[in-house]
Design a binder for this molecule. Structure first.
Ligand SMILES: Cc1ncc(COP(=O)(O)O)c(C=O)c1O
Length: 478
């Protein structure tokens, strides 16, 4: 690594680069209010010297969100919502208000869509997987770049004798081969039930897959599960325009606080197709021990096991209002312009012998892509620099980024050129139930099994991205 620039030199370079950035991306200026907001609400970032570049991992909260929520808690008496007493009613009213706010935020009609509160996006995905009426002859269609919390649905599908198929994503852009998708979609017409699950934005490559697929798949008989966890923090999802059957998301990814609350937003007609594999407190209208019978509650309640996280749900309301005030379009523009600059600068970095410093796994323009930028670093000799080393060096500079495969093994396998036969050989060498990631890395020896992800979000600023570029330059060989 090269030594850091002296701070005045660094400030001068930052200023000059900022001016060049603004002239290339004049739209960034329309987001200036976010810089003021960052100084006021997120001052802890600079005070504690953090360069936060893991927004796809988790969003950050503004101070006013925490204050507003704590004021609410200090001024309310909340009871368990499964009663009709005054404190219970207060809780129910707050939760219902929050459901309505979520529907408004996504422009979803209340008679068409229901909001089911879950602990996170994974639980929302699991609810669909475990309740979808898979039978022999049915199909589950996934893209290679699904998160593991979507991949896991294949276990439910297989347990019922149905088939799982994957559509590959093609490096280097990591987009889907549309012809392969079309061929797979045709097969849905022959099934009683067919479920197509894909990410609106890949948490690996940042690719935004077309929302047009929803209608196309539905026209061929598929139910569509849209994993919107990585998409909704910086993009508008308009459910009056796009009509997926199921949408999964986590609120901490959108505005940092609270953690522990997510949602499955589902079309009411699609919910009727689901069969819950069990029942719990809150999910039934009537159950009997002696008669060994139960009746599910109507609507969303049938899917909310036990007691909701009712002290935190009102903080979702606060978070949505916070994002609405900033404006999703403004957040989107900020992320788009910073991402474009980051990618362009990274792609132009060359070692003294002309070899590129990085390889990008995902689109190299900001067309239909979000702020997750996944790369590996290479030496001038062409040898990959281990992502663990990059993380160690970044950590030493208080830069928070993500390394590994980010729970997205299919995208990693495609991006890094790890073949099916290599994987099968590796896994056949171990008969144990468990395998550590280190053992896996040793077994796919000679190849990188992971990458480095830098992700930009709501309150990223130019200095964050500039610091990372400066950090990356430190790996250049003369
Ligand atoms: C695209 C995507 N889907 C699903 C998830 C799972 O979200 P959670 O861990 O909040 O359940 C993530 C988390 O990173 C994600 O990025």
């Amino acid at each position: 690594m090269t030594p850091s620039l002296a701070s005045t030199q660094r400030d001068e370079r930052l200023q000059a680069d900022y001016e060049a950035f603004l002239s290339a991306h004049p739209g960034f200026e329309s987001t200036a209010e976010i810089d003021q907001l960052r100084a006021k609400e997120f001052s802890r970032l600079d005070r504690l010297g953090h360069v936060y570049l893991d927004y796809t991992g988790g969003g950050l909260y503004g101070e006013c969100q925490v204050r507003s929520h704590s004021d609410f808690l200090l001024d309310s008496v909340l009871g368990n919502p499964h009663s009709k007493n005054p404190t219970s009613r207060e809780t129910t009213d707050r939760c219902e208000e929050c459901r309505r706010h979520i529907l408004r935020f996504f422009n979803a009609a209340p008679d068409e869509y229901a909001v089911i509160f879950t602990g996170n996006a994974s639980q929302a995905l699991k609810l669909v997987g475990e309740s979808y009426p898979f039978e022999r002859g049915d199909r589950l269609l996934l893209t290679f770049d699904n998160h593991n919390s979507v991949n896991g649905i294949r276990e439910f599908d297989r347990a019922h004798g149905a088939e799982t198929a994957y559509i590959p994503v093609v490096p280097p852009s990591m987009r889907v081969d549309e012809e392969a998708l079309e061929r797979q979609l045709e097969l849905g017409a022959n099934c009683k039930h067919a479920l197509f699950a894909y990410p609106a934005q890949s948490n690996f490559s940042g690719v935004q897959h077309p929302l047009e697929w929803i209608e196309r798949a539905q026209a061929k008989g598929w139910d569509v599960l849209l994993d919107a966890a990585a998409f909704v923090p910086t993009n508008r999802l308009d459910l009056s325009r796009w009509k997926p059957d199921f949408v999964a998301l986590s609120f901490y990814k959108m505005f940092g606080y609270p953690t522990g609350v997510g949602a499955l937003i589902a079309r009411r007609s699609a919910l009727e197709k689901l069969h819950r594999p069990w029942f719990a407190g809150g999910t039934i209208s009537v159950a009997s021990v002696q008669a060994d019978t139960h009746y599910l509650a109507a609507g969303e309640a049938a899917f909310e096991d036990g007691t909701l996280d009712y002290s935190n749900i009102p903080a979702v309301d606060v978070g949505l209002t916070f994002v609405e005030k900033i404006g999703l379009d403004r957040i989107h523009e900020r992320v788009r312009t910073l991402t474009d600059w980051l990618i362009t600068r990274l792609m132009e970095m060359r070692h003294g012998n002309g070899e590129p410093l990085i390889r990008l796994y995902g689109p190299n323009s900001c067309e239909s892509r979000g702020g997750a930028v996944t790369i590996n670093f290479f030496r001038a000799s062409g040898e990959v620099i281990d992502h663990d080393l990059i993380e160690q060096e970044a950590t030493a500079r208080r830069i928070s980024l993500r390394t590994g495969c980010f729970c997205n093994p299919g995208a990693g396998e495609m991006a890094l050129g790890i073949s099916r036969s290599e994987l099968v050989t590796c896994f056949s060498r171990t008969s144990a139930d468990r395998m550590t990631y280190d053992a896996f890395r040793r077994c796919i020896d000679g190849k990188s099994t992971g990458a480095v992800r830098v992700s930009i979000g709501m309150v990223s600023n130019f200095a964050d991205v500039h610091t990372f570029i400066h950090f990356a330059r430190g790996f250049l060989e003369p």
